[in-house]
Design a protein around this ligand. Sequence first.
Ligand code: NAD
Length: 247
Amino acid sequence: MLKGKVAIVTGGTRGIGYAIVEKYLENHAAVVLCGSRQETADKAVAQLKAARPDYPVEGIAPDLADYESVKAAFDGVRERYGRIDILVNNAGVSSSEPLSAYTPELFRKVMSLNVDAVFCCIRAVYDAMAAQGSGCILNTSSMVSRYGQPRGVAYPTSKAAINGLTLSLARELGPMGIRVNAVAPGVTNTDMMKAVPQDVITPLINQIPLRRIGEPEDLANAFLFLASDAAAYITGEILHVDGQARS
Ligand code: NAD
């Protein structure tokens, strides 16, 4: 479904991001995955190549919230591959402190990766996509962007910002042939869930009509569809992949 396309996936070293990278490779994209450290990016690439040595995948580790760092890294991708077709903004952090323990520094840390970095990455691929007259930007929102959550205020705030950014840039970039969508995962089985207390997760599962939490592959399938030409007329969508969970 992605033959000939070049994709960048942030946070591609584990969890949902790793599943997206695998899915894109299986569908014949060339993939550049971003890790928070070069070492973890290299490890993820080695793991993928162990399964399929011919996979066209490499790992980079720019500081995602630093525009100059991202721009230099993504310009390098453009030079090596000649184009950038898909950007998946998947890297994210969560925290579940109550407001009484929430510091301005923690709030800034979550907003920095979940919002500022998404802007930096989009801004850094813009020139390439505008010159091509085509491109696909996929952001990662969350179920809690709609419903909020009982503690950890920066996280749902950051994901609501992602919804606004997605809707606005879809309008601005649509005329240039660039589609902008978001996927909003529900409770998904990754390391990030370890930060969420069990007393929050159990009631959530009981309320999910499909009676299970999501697997990374459930999300990767949505990211595949939206990146593919099968979604050529879809932009400005926030696709909820959450078993109809309601928190
Ligand atoms: P995860 O913690 O398993 O993986 C997070 C990824 O982000 C990792 O690859 C990590 O390297 C990267 N990352 C973390 N900090 C970074 C930094 N400072 N710089 C660069 N990269 C960094 O998380 P996940 O569950 O796979 O989440 C992926 C996305 O899905 C996130 O945006 C998250 O907010 C969103 N999401 C997850 C869930 C869930 O239940 N797991 C629910 C809703 C939304």
